[in-house]
Design a protein around this ligand. Sequence first.
Ligand code: ADP
Ligand code: FBP
Length: 303
Amino acid sequence: MIYTCTLNPSLDYFLEVNDFQLGQLNRMKTDKKMPGGKGVNVSRVLRRLGAQSVALGFIGGFTGDFIRRQLISENIDTDFVEVDGDTRINVKIKSREETEINGLAPAITDEQVDELLLKLNRLNDRDILVLSGSVPETLSADIYKQMMQQIKDQNVKVIVDTSGPALREAVAARPFLIKPNQSELGGLFNTDISSIEEAVIYAKKLIDEGAENVIVSMGGKGSLLVNRETAVYAEAPRGEVKNSVGAGDSLVGGFLFEYARNGDYIEAFRYGTASGSATAFSVDLCSKEDTEALLPKVKIHQI
Ligand SMILES: Nc1ncnc2c1ncn2[C@@H]1O[C@H](COP(=O)(O)OP(=O)(O)O)[C@@H](O)[C@H]1O
Ligand SMILES: O=P(O)(O)OC[C@H]1O[C@](O)(COP(=O)(O)O)[C@@H](O)[C@@H]1O
């Protein structure tokens, strides 16, 4: 089974404004509320591609209820820990440019953390655990590392998609895969990464620090997969971008879907890149049909 864990899920509030003006009254053209947060999106992508998963993490309040109800309506299994405050609302403004304002997490108690950790005891070597998204302010930045250390004898494959100190700590616990985007990778080394060659250099440093596979997503430029044996670049297909929120989560979900199906890294990487692009070219997350139509357009280059 695939388990996704979102410590900091969100109700994503998408709104479209013609010619957004800072400091002025703007009126919306359209709006939409969606369940969000990185692991939640991975679960939704997996479902759309045809794979089951269980969504773990913390939810609370009316926004948490919304997320749970939406996931259940999409036939996704949920096993969240309830917290007292409201799950955050993340605002996604689409105008000439995309602007995002991500909210603050509700407080989470030590007992609630223990409740979540207890759920990990049931995982075994046939399971995959996706630890995705930011860490709530009230939790320790090394929580992903702690979770991985707790289950290290259960031989679960762990994927980590986060940034900053939480990612750096988690890398030391030897995840199967991490997926920083270009700026998150640069952020780890206090540098700006501007080319594929530079991204490979820094991805290799993360392999040396403990990650087994590193996928660096680079928006419209595509993505990179680096491990001890290989370094490959996938050129993303071109198309009209409708909404790039969730593109990175779709890359992770698509990779995982194909990897769980056939165990081939390169084909999984191609599928993930196509899923990311299919999401960027759609209003909601990728569909299986759109993803598979893009597969032949993802060009893989050995580096
Ligand atoms: N403008 C775009 N055109 C084509 N594909 C895109 C575009 N933006 C994102 N993608 C696809 O989605 C993947 C993840 O996007 P990215 O923006 O790098 O992730 P994140 O959301 O984590 O920052 C990319 O590797 C690419 O395959
Ligand atoms: O936990 P974070 O880093 O604040 O990110 C949460 C946000 O990222 C998303 O999961 C989208 O992530 P990606 O665009 O990186 O795929 C949104 O649904 C959510 O609002």
